[in-house]
Ligand binder design. Sequence first.
Ligand SMILES: [Zn+2]
Ligand SMILES: [Zn+2]
Length: 341
Amino acid sequence: MSYTKSLLTAARSIAIEQADMPETIAPDHIRLRLAAASICGTDMHYFRHFANAGFFLDYPVTLGHEACGYVENANGHDFTTGELVAINPVIECGDCENCRTGNINMCPTKRFPGSATTKPHIDGFFRDTFDFPAKCCHSVSPNVSADHLTFAEPLACAMHAVNRGKITETDRVLVTGCGPMGLLATVAAVAKGASVHVTDLKRSSIEAAKAVGAEQGFVIGEDDTETLGNSFDVVIEASGAPQAYNLALDCVRKQGTISILSLIQPSDVPINLHLNALKEVLCVGSILFTREFTDAVELIEAGSVDFDAITAAKFPVSQTQAACELMAEGRATGKVLIKPE
Ligand SMILES: [Zn+2]
Ligand SMILES: [Zn+2]
């Protein structure tokens, strides 16, 4: 059976192919039809550089690790044909000390689709049909929107950063950066009952954050960030800008916490590390998620979050290049979705 597949062949170059699925499915896999996928910042690094964080792709690969799908062939596993499932893209070994203690994000041999760190690379989800391990697929309650369910993976990452920051309902939280991850961090902190304030360079992104529960927003370079003060219990850094980390150090209260959700790249911008010491700031990193994938699916199932307000645009698989270009230009507010042909 032939299906439409996007393939990153070089930096900024995505080919569209008609490919054939193998006749047999690996025993531990099920076959899925794409329901919806979304573009991640990681995908954008590969799109721009054919690499991410210094890891180069060895050969062309299909991007995409945020998706949900319809079961086309359950292959003997406990799913109904046609049912919508959430997909956890982390294929952990299940055996190592980290996996046994629930820290699957720290598994040294975990595999991940559309990533140079997994060798040989596994094709990601920006294609119409794919096989994936049954253990990574999760049944959801009926009537969940596929366009919302694709948020499960990035929302789980945001929830992990919120949990790493130990955010509770009594906390005043600042989220620096309202790209897709900052918006989802806002969703996650609001779900904990916290009072959330946000910063971004674009007013439209601030408005999107307010649509999902942020109380107040500050446009960097326009609004007076002095008025933010220095009393936030937790700051979630979601912009990736070193300047935002300095803002976080200014705005966090003494003995408060900065939870880093972004991948701040090495740069020449000096970081005011003395404030880390003088204010006894607890700084925690965050990568992927552990048990939060289930929490994310549950929050999406509850239907209380307006994910449409943080969705920028939708493109079919055959227009994956245009979808990535829109993201690369920085014009999109919220997530860009990839849909089946
Ligand atoms: Zn992602
Ligand atoms: Zn492991």
